[in-house]
Design a protein around this ligand. Structure first.
Ligand code: HEM
Length: 412
């Protein structure tokens, strides 16, 4: 930890700048550096492994909600800077929702919103169930043991997302190959770059091919919606490609979040019993686990203060970068009593696992649907489901943005 003194910028002296190295955390434990930062203050300053300088960090629930819903903090400026960050490489594309401020953000989001509505998700559910049933048929046919990551957690979100996006069946194998390459940590940076070029080139072609299709008549999938929006001149082709990429890759979050969730269930018998004994009351347990799961390493994407803003006794000056931690907010004792305990009946449970404000996760309803189908079906169809190795032998992903088990060997 280093201490950096600079001219005071607010009513309170600025807190010291803390180094936050990328730790490879195994299991579902809470990052000890984040826990320390939460103790040090509602507002601290951090330096991550890459990029330049330092950034503010907000960890309290109320501050996180405020910052993420306040137009005085913007994302677009981050793309023109080298803000301190976890990721070694940084090449945001135009059109990505994550990097866009209003009014562009609304315009872009509107172009794909139709594919993610609650009613679209309702129509998707039986298809998602069929996809999962086929995967479970496969492991039942082959018999135990099975690696749930390889057999279910990876293929299920890939296939469901391709349904939502409207990837033609003939192209799926190729699209899934690129997606796996992009998100995998083992193939190397060069392979990932090549896969990106391949995937983004394919996306451009499909958006062009769907230019004259009619949403509703020809489908309500994302590529149909995007093709039509480009034809109507609401978004550019460049934006359509940048918008689609993160959605096509976004299923990865479900793989790892559900991986952590299943690990928690498989290692906490009382929680597993509760899920099995009261299948009709699983909803609140999913929410409590979403609140509890340490989904990501360190923090996500920064915002930049577009003017001076005073928060928690500090002045954040115009131009300074700010991170929020949704993980920390989800452990705020003022909002969640006994925040480090898993309480299946917690009520209310206003967790921020999917973020807050305009950048709230586009795929939240989709992710929730997949979680219910995936976890629920595995519990129902495999009553004896248990780990095939001791819990401390489960291997975890390292050097990744999103935390989760690398393999999940189970038997039943
Ligand atoms: C943004 C969580 C699944 C697409 C986000 C954010 C969080 C989040 C915390 C950031 C909010 C912010 O920037 O302030 C999760 C979790 C998931 C999940 C926990 C699974 C359990 C998905 C899926 C998709 C998706 C399945 C797409 C198919 C996106 C996109 C954004 C986003 C496009 C950027 C939205 C914007 O900036 O406007 N997600 N997500 N996510 N997520 Fe998810």
């Amino acid at each position: 930890t280093t201490v950096e003194t600079s001219a005071p910028t607010g009513p309170e002296p600025p807190p010291p700048v803390r180094d936050w190295p990328a730790c490879d955390l195994d299991g579902t434990g809470f990052d000890p550096v984040l826990a320390q930062l939460m103790r040090e203050g509602p507002l601290t300053r951090i330096r991550l492994p890459f990029g330049e300088g330092w950034a503010w960090l907000a960890t309290r629930y109320q501050d996180v909600k405020l910052i993420t819903n306040d137009p005085r903090f913007g994302r677009a400026d981050v793309t023109r800077r080298q803000v301190t960050r976890l990721a070694p490489n940084f090449a945001p594309r135009p059109g990505s929702l994550a990097w866009t401020d209003q009014p562009d953000h609304n315009r872009l989001r509107k172009a794909v919103a139709g594919a993610f509505t609650v009613s679209a998700m309702k129509r998707l559910r039986p298809r998602a169930q069929r996809i999962l049933d086929e995967l479970v048929d496969g492991i039942v046919r082959d018999g135990p043991p099975a690696d749930l990551v390889e057999r279910v957690l990876e293929p299920f979100p890939l296939t469901v997302v391709s349904e939502v996006m409207g990837v033609p069946p003939a192209d799926r194998e190729q699209v899934h190959f690129w997606t796996r390459r992009i998100i995998s940590t083992s193939g190397g940076a060069e392979a990932a770059e090549q896969a990106k070029t391949g995937l983004y080139g394919w996306i451009r072609t499909i958006v062009r091919a769907r230019a004259h299709s009619i949403p509703g008549k020809d489908g309500e999938d994302v590529y149909t919606l995007l093709g039509a929006a480009v034809t109507r001149g609401e978004i550019s082709e460049e934006e359509a490609v940048g918008l689609a990429g993160p959605l096509q890759i976004g299923g990865e979050a479900v793989t790892h979040n559900c991986g952590q969730m299943l690990y928690l269930l498989l290692t906490r018998p009382e929680l597993m019993r509760r899920m099995r004994d009261r299948p009709e009351a699983r909803g609140p347990v999913y929410d409590e686990l979403l609140r509890y799961i340490p989904h990501r390493s360190t923090v996500g994407l920064a915002r930049i203060a577009l003017e001076d803003v005073e928060i928690a006794g500090h002045r954040i000056a115009e131009g300074e970068p700010v991170y929020v931690s949704y993980l920390a907010a989800n452990r705020d004792p003022d909002v969640f009593p006994d925040p480090d305990g898993i309480h299946p009946d917690r009520d209310p449970n206003p967790h921020l696992a999917f973020g807050n404000g305009p950048h709230f996760c586009t795929g939240a309803v989709l992710a929730r649907l997949q979680t219910e189908v995936l976890v629920g079906t595995l519990l129902d169809r495999l009553p004896g489901l248990r780990l095939a190795v001791p819990a401390d032998e489960v291997r975890w992903r390292h050097q990744t943005m999103i935390r989760g088990p690398r393999t999940l060997p189970v038997t039943w």
